[in-house]
Design a protein around this ligand. Structure first.
Ligand code: SAM
Length: 243
């Protein structure tokens, strides 16, 4: 199942990622529920529980897509919400804005089109940076980490929720079979786009495992870096501080 992904130059990968999310945007939320059996909601809740944002803190959710993380953060901040959603893809943000309106979330949300590698925000402007299922889509992970560090205030916290390396061999085998067979199937069924979901599988396989990502966070300047596995490491939540 070659997507030609391994050999593609940077600009190609960026274009591919854009096409994938543009084509799935209208069905993205349904796909998440189907493919994860709804479990993505638990992972996202766990992220927001860990962030535990205070009212009035300035929060940035990068690769925020259709707003799943932002809506949860905003709810936690109650009447003093301040969440900026940044995503490279206007189609995903468009779906997010519609969802926000449907939910009556009109205050405290800002939507920004922008690249995680070149964030359209000044230095030291946020208390919290989150990125959920986004970092593996970015072309230059280290550059995205440095940008996260740049826009955080000293004392700011960084959180990355992402597919990671499964820590149990038997679970790993089940998971591999599932991702190789079921993901393209769902892709064809719902998004009518099996290629996009082959990309998804490939991007998960290539993403750095827990320890390596932690190292790269440290290299970008973060301190007190740690991670927590969820669902046997299918997903990991990394965190770090800008001191
Ligand atoms: N965070 C959302 C969630 O958890 O449901 C959306 C995750 S979705 C799998 C990945 C998102 O990353 C897409 O909306 C895509 O447009 C965005 N993305 C990909 N490359 C990006 C980049 N370089 N900068 C910002 N966003 C990017």
């Amino acid at each position: 199942a070659s997507f030609g992904y391994r050999d593609v130059p940077k600009a190609e990968k960026a274009r591919m990622v854009r096409d994938v999310f543009e084509s799935v945007a209208p069905r993205y939320d349904l796909m998440n529920d189907l493919m994860s059996g709804g479990v993505h909601r638990l992972w996202k809740n766990a992220l927001v529980d860990t962030v535990n944002p205070r009212p009035g803190e300035k929060l940035l959710d990068v690769a925020g897509g259709t707003g799943d993380i932002a809506f949860r953060l905003l709810q936690r901040q109650a009447e003093r919400g301040d969440v900026t959603v940044c995503d490279i893809n206007p189609a995903m943000l468009g779906v997010g804005r519609d969802r926000a309106i449907d939910r009556g979330l009109l205050h405290g949300l800002t939507w920004a089109t922008g690249d995680a590698e070149r964030l359209p925000f000044p230095d030291r402007s946020f208390d919290v940076y989150t990125i959920a299922f986004g970092l593996r889509n970015v072309t230059d992970i280290d550059q995205a980490l440095r940008e996260a560090y740049r826009v955080l205030k000293p004392g700011g916290r960084y959180f990355c929720l992402e597919f990671s390396k499964v820590t149990s061999a038997p679970i790993g085998r089940i998971y591999d079979t599932y991702s190789e067979r079921a993901l393209p199937f769902f892709g064809r069924l719902v998004a009518r786009d099996a290629e996009s979901y082959r990309y998804l599988h490939e991007s998960i396989r290539r993403f750095p495992p827990q320890r390596e990502l932690a190292e790269r966070m440290r290299a970008a300047g973060f301190e007190r870096v740690s991670w927590r596995n969820m669902t046997f490491g299918v997903v990991a939540l990394h965190s770090g501080w800008r001191i």
